[in-house]
Design a protein around this ligand. Structure first.
Ligand code: BJW
Ligand code: ZN
Length: 250
């Protein structure tokens, strides 16, 4: 651990002035809370891949199967607690260093940890809307009892998350562009960098001269271009990094 802290401190000492940190998060941050990732162990559900389950076509073909997947995941999400990596990001915000946290996770753990400068760019499981666009929406305070969840129009409600082939919220994307333009550091945490357009954010940042730090237990295309890659579970490495950044007192 001393060696990791030294690598982190040495890197932070090379930085001039850090005031605007943008953080991009994926499923790996919640592993320390007991949730599973999409593409690692436990990533398959009933022999289907996330690409098959998280799509309009998948829901149209078998709404019960897709809702069963979300219900099982929601049961875990409501059981678990934010971990030290989520709390470290709240600390970064409270010290005034964070411009924006962009999470791909729909598990709500950042909000529960107390994060405010937050965009849930792939949506959230606690909201639903009509699969057939009748306009009805609903909020859930736990996993739904009866699935597939019915809509009053006769169709189904679906989770308000972004599935493959669906557009991300354009205001969110505009805000991301703005914060990257003004960023001096981007931190990526626990993402495979497999899913676009989020996978592009580190490339855009790097191209604009923003320093890039990646926290992941496995090497990815993001780690390959990062200025610092820390290959340790983020629940261990991220609290060290945030504390060292705060101690440096830019
Ligand atoms: C740890 C750890 C520990 C483990 N500590 N780390 C350009 C090129 C090619 C394709 C496209 C493109 N642009 C768009 C596309 C198509 C598509 C896409 O990206 N396809 C790929 C398969 C290539 N993208 C879209 O369709 C997007 N929409 C879009 O672009 O609209 C415009 C458009 C429409 C139509 C055509 C063209 C353009 C929408 C993508 C929506 C993704 N939705 C999901 C489901 C959300 C709801 C839900 O959760 O159920 O989002 S899929 C799933 O993947 C989920 C995640 O947010 C997302 C990213 O996964 P993430 O977080 O990176 O997880 P993993 O499991 O992949 O990785 C975990 C990592 O953690 C690993 O690296 C581990 O090593 C690490 N780890 N333990 C640190 N303790
Ligand atoms: Zn409806």
């Amino acid at each position: 651990m001393q060696q990791i802290t030294k690598r982190i401190t040495d890197f932070i000492n090379t930085l001039d002035n850090i005031n605007n940190v943008v953080v991009v998060v994926g499923a790996g941050i919640s592993v320390g809370s007991g949730l599973t990732t999409f593409r690692g162990p436990g990533g398959l559900y009933e022999n289907k891949t996330v690409e098959e389950l998280a799509s309009r076509a998948g829901f149209a073909e078998d709404p019960l199967l897709v809702w069963s997947w979300y219900k099982a995941r929601m049961e875990r999400m409501f059981e678990v607690e934010p971990n030290s990596a989520h709390h470290a990001l709240v600390k970064l915000e409270r010290r005034g260093l964070l411009s924006l946290l962009i999470t791909q996770n729909v598990d709500g753990l950042h909000r529960r940890a107390g994060q405010s400068k937050l965009i849930e760019i792939h949506g959230t499981v606690v909201k639903t809307h009509c699969f057939d666009h009748c306009g009805r929406t609903a909020e859930l305070d736990g996993p739904p009892e009866d699935i597939p969840v019915k809509c009053e129009c006769g169709s189904y409600q679906r989770p308000s998350v972004v599935w493959f082939g669906e557009q991300l919220n354009s205001e969110h994307l505009q805000k991301v562009d703005e914060v990257i333009d003004n960023a001096d550091l981007m931190i990526t945490v626990g993402t495979s960098g497999y899913v676009y357009p989020v996978a592009n954010f580190p490339f855009v940042a790097k191209h604009k001269g923003v320093k890039l730090v990646d926290f992941n237990i496995n090497r990815t295309q993001i780690s390959d271009m990062a200025d610092l890659f820390v290959q340790v579970p983020s629940e261990i490495s991220l609290p060290i990094f945030v504390d060292e950044l705060i101690v440096r007192n830019f």
